[in-house]
Design a protein around this ligand. Structure first.
Ligand code: BGC
Length: 840
């Protein structure tokens, strides 16, 4: 790759070539123009790690803790290191552009992609995202802030119009993008699927051109979300540079025609092309050749950073009687559905095949010097556990064979195999599976292996498909998911529900399992309004039928006699996934009952919850120790164990409010698309802004998190500089200094939070808003001065819809400094004159 003379290239490119540049070549690459040495660039998701170019059967990658976990660290330096490592992971996958971070706002705990975004608060989210991008871009890899903007639910995500006031749009939803760009100008931005007040973002001039480019002065590449371009001329004119993915639906001949007929002015097309060529130059120093091979890094130093990140994200919500940390020389009974699986990531485009995973039980076992025992308590899978890892191929390998044909099984034994793979996980999303021998989107796969049960009993089998599928055991059809299919939530909301069947099996006997799959076009499911991602997907699972009461009763009995008990419960990528919003905030069936009954049997049982967004905790008052552990990436189990045993002193704080019940949420009555729109009726009162204003007590508030040590805060000093009549670009700082002391006996980190309380005027404003934060590490007895700097204009302003400008109103503002524990320090400062402003 060599640098391109952009203006010269614009002169030399033909209309057809310019048009070609404005759309993807395929799922993950931009279009090249070899004649002018313009290369194709590679893109890859995303917020949790860099998957590379294959969803199906891809090369494993580092999986980072989910964004709410990263949000809980409140650690800008750590986020920058995570961004750097993700940049290196991208380079290993031959990737120029990473499709992340996601910085939408968790309007509701139910949002399917809530786990992918840092926080309900724009200052926390935007600041962390900015440092993450800074780290990544320092490695030369382009970051993509997404999804711009108001893509805060999955229900009808392409068709829904977010009805939002200009004030909420600015103060809540655009703010994280604005703040991230102040810290680091990300090279790319991805538009959201949805409409805002009636116009899709990918063709919304007011959002892309007026705000992003003109008002904020940002000059990078705007790409659509996958299949989120809906017009030719409108999208080009609004400023959408690249339609993704390819092959194009809206550009190509249609765009050439639009330019010829002057629906799109030539200079508008040139603006799009200029941005794309500038991006090619921006990533040129990476020196990644076209079609670069995809490699795995997985270095020891990376594993250490992943482990540190996982541990620093774990929030200690409650710890009465110092139940935690656990004693290493005591015995432990681990109970629960999340103990022996790794809930490392949420579902959808954020997910990837990780290098390895560590379960919580593995993490605890590696640390404990005492006996570690496990009992299931309940299962919490939504669909039956994958059968593939329990199967063997004819030649004895774990897993099954995957044989691809152009003809259906009815064509008989002479069908020619066009591909043969060996797989272990019996699930695959084939969106980027390509094989030149496959003649059309319609093809068939036989997956075959052998299963030898360890116990006699009734076995349930399940099949979920984007396409059609039949599961046969020893030639008998046990599940038929080929007709009368029902829409489900898996595979980005494009799949059927799991169809189930049952068969009695004998222990020790070997059964031949055959799963016959037909790709997406063989399905009769009505998928209107749903993004169709390529040729389909499959999942088959199975397990022995067990009685929940029996499992819970065993757990309770064993807990009552156990020395130390830890319950691992929560959600998985089945429950929290792109394409589907949860129906309720509760844990999977049986989990709350298990937790309550175990707590009644053992008051000191520790409850560890893994979820990307809040769950209801009806047992919270009865538990002495509660830990929120998110989806923790590769090193999930080690990170959790580091905190449980006190090798890492917890310092994380909640980046989202944990409400007592779903109905307490401000978005409760306005979440889901109704006749094509969703009303953002709570306006600016999202998350803590609502709970504080309405005085509704959550179970655990935004910013809450305990430590094994204690801290004090003292000596608050606030300094401001005289106001200038006109704002400079950077604005005037408010500098706050506070002395923080570790008053306990264990080294640990504190997160100092700075809030501003506005003067009361005739405009409705939140009780207080977070404006800055800082993490500081202290040895026992040590004191440090922590400095928090906020920009006066931004820290005091609200959006004035009448003037269409930010307004910083004259008056006395209070400053509140908080951290671990209830102690608050208060100060104040003055804004001498009301001023209006616009810009980044
Ligand atoms: C998601 C994007 C993602 C893209 C490519 C879409 O479904 O909304 O966030 O980057 O797919 O995987």
């Amino acid at each position: 790759m060599a640098r391109i003379d952009v203006e010269k290239a614009i002169e030399e490119l033909t209309l057809g070539e310019k048009v070609a540049l404005t759309a993807g070549r395929d799922f993950w690459h931009t279009a090249p123009i070899p004649r002018l040495h313009i290369p194709s660039l590679r893109m890859s998701d995303g917020p949790n790690g860099v998957r590379g170019t294959r969803f199906f059967n891809g090369i494993p990658a580092a999986c980072f803790p989910c964004a709410t976990a990263l949000g809980a660290t409140w650690d800008t330096e750590l986020l920058s290191q995570v961004g750097e490592l993700m940049g290196e992971e991208a380079i290993a996958k031959g990737t120029h552009i990473v499709l992340g971070p996601t910085i939408n706002i968790q309007r509701s705990p139910l949002g399917g992609r809530g786990f992918e975004s840092f926080s309900e608060d724009g200052v926390l989210s935007g600041t962390l995202a900015g440092h993450f991008c800074k780290g990544m871009q320092a490695k030369g890899v382009a970051a993509t802030l997404k999804h711009f903007v108001c893509n805060d639910q999955e229900h009808e995500r392409m068709a829904v119009s977010s009805i939002v006031t200009e004030r909420a749009l600015r103060e809540i939803y655009l703010l994280p993008f604005q703040l991230a760009l102040r810290i680091c100008r990300s090279a790319c931005i991805m538009t959201a699927y949805n409409k805002i007040n009636g116009t899709h973002v990918s063709e919304n001039e007011a959002i892309i051109d007026d705000i992003l480019r003109k008002e904020w002065g940002w000059a990078g590449v705007v790409m659509s979300d996958w299949f989120g371009t809906y017009s030719t001329s409108d999208a080009i004119n609004a400023g959408l540079d690249i339609e993704m993915p390819g092959k194009t639906r809206w550009r190509g001949e249609a765009l050439a025609h639009a330019v010829s007929s002057n629906k799109v002015a030539q200079f508008k097309l040139d603006e799009r092309v200029r941005n794309i060529l500038n991006l090619v130059n921006w990533v040129e120093p990476l020196g990644i050749p076209e079609g670069a091979p995809e490699k795995a890094l997985n270095r020891p130093q990376d594993q250490a950073l992943m482990r540190r990140t996982a541990a620093e994200s774990v929030v200690l919500l409650k710890n009465e009687n110092n139940v935690l940390p656990l004693k290493k020389d005591g015995s432990v009974l681990a109970i629960g559905p999340n103990a022996r699986i790794t809930s490392y990531c949420g579902g959808g485009s954020a997910s990837l095949a990780p290098y390895y995973t560590v379960t919580p039980l593995d993490g605890v076992s590696a640390k404990s010097k005492g006996d570690v025992k496990f009992t299931q308590g309940v299962y919490s899978h939504k669909e039956l556990p994958l059968l593939g890892p329990l199967m063997k191929t004819a030649d004895g390998k774990t897993g099954f064979t995957f044989k691809v044909y152009n003809e259906p099984p009815s064509a008989g034994p002479d069908r020619g195999i066009v591909d043969e793979l060996h797989l272990v996980g019996s699930t695959g999303f084939l969106m980027d599976y390509v094989n030149p021998k496959i003649k059309s989107m319609t093809f068939y796969v036989d997956m075959e292996g052998f299963f030898t049960p360890e116990e006699d009993g009734l076995y349930d089998f399940g099949v979920t498909v984007v396409g059609t599928g039949r599961l046969l055991v020893d030639g008998e059809v046990v599940v038929d998911n080929t007709k009368n299919q029902k829409q489900g939530s898996a595979f980005f909301g494009t799949a059927t529900v799991e169809e189930r069947g049952v068969k009695e099996l004998k222990a020790g006997q070997t059964y031949r399992v055959l799963f016959e799959f037909g790709s997406a076009p063989t399905s009769d499911l009505d998928t209107r309004g749903i993004v169709a991602f390529g040729p389909g997907g499959f999942r088959f699972g199975g397990s022995r039928r067990v009685g929940q009461e029996e499992l819970i009763a065993t757990a309770v009995e064993r807990a009552s006699a156990a020395e130390q008990v830890v319950i691992f419960a929560g959600l998985t990528s089945e429950w929290e996934t792109e394409g589907y919003d949860r129906d309720h905030m509760d844990l999977p069936p049986g989990s709350d009952e298990l937790i309550s009954r175990v707590l009644a049997a053992n008051r000191n049982a520790v409850v560890v919850i893994q979820s990307g967004t809040p769950v209801t905790m009806p047992w919270a008052k009865d538990a002495r120790a509660v830990v929120q552990a998110w989806f923790g990436g590769n090193e999930c189990g080690n990170g959790i164990a580091d905190v449980l045993y006190g090798d890492v002193n917890p310092s994380a704080k909640l980046p989202i409010t944990f409400p007592r019940r779903l109905q307490d949420n401000p978005s409760y009555i306005n979440f889901r698309s109704e006749r094509g729109r969703v009303l953002y009726g709570e306006d600016i009162y999202v998350g803590y802004r609502f709970f504080e204003k309405s005085d509704v007590a959550p179970v655990f508030p935004f910013g809450h998190g305990l430590s094994y040590t204690s801290f004090s805060r003292s000596n608050l000093r606030i300094s401001t500089v005289p106001e200038r009549s006109k704002y400079s670009e950077a604005g005037e700082p408010i500098t706050t200094e506070v002395t923080v002391t570790n008053t306990g006996s264990m080294a640990g980190a504190e997160i100092v939070q700075l809030w501003i309380i506005p003067p009361s005027t005739d405009v409705n404003r939140p009780v207080r808003e977070l404006k800055a934060f800082q993490k500081v590490f202290l040895q026992p007895g040590e004191s440090k001065t922590v400095q928090l700097v906020a920009e006066k204009k931004l820290a005091t302003s609200w959006w004035d819809e009448e003037r269409e400008q930010w307004i910083s109103e004259k008056g006395r503002y209070h400053v509140l400094v908080t951290g671990t524990g209830a102690e608050e320090l208060r100060g104040e400062f003055e804004v001498g004159k009301t001023r209006f402003w616009l810009g980044l």
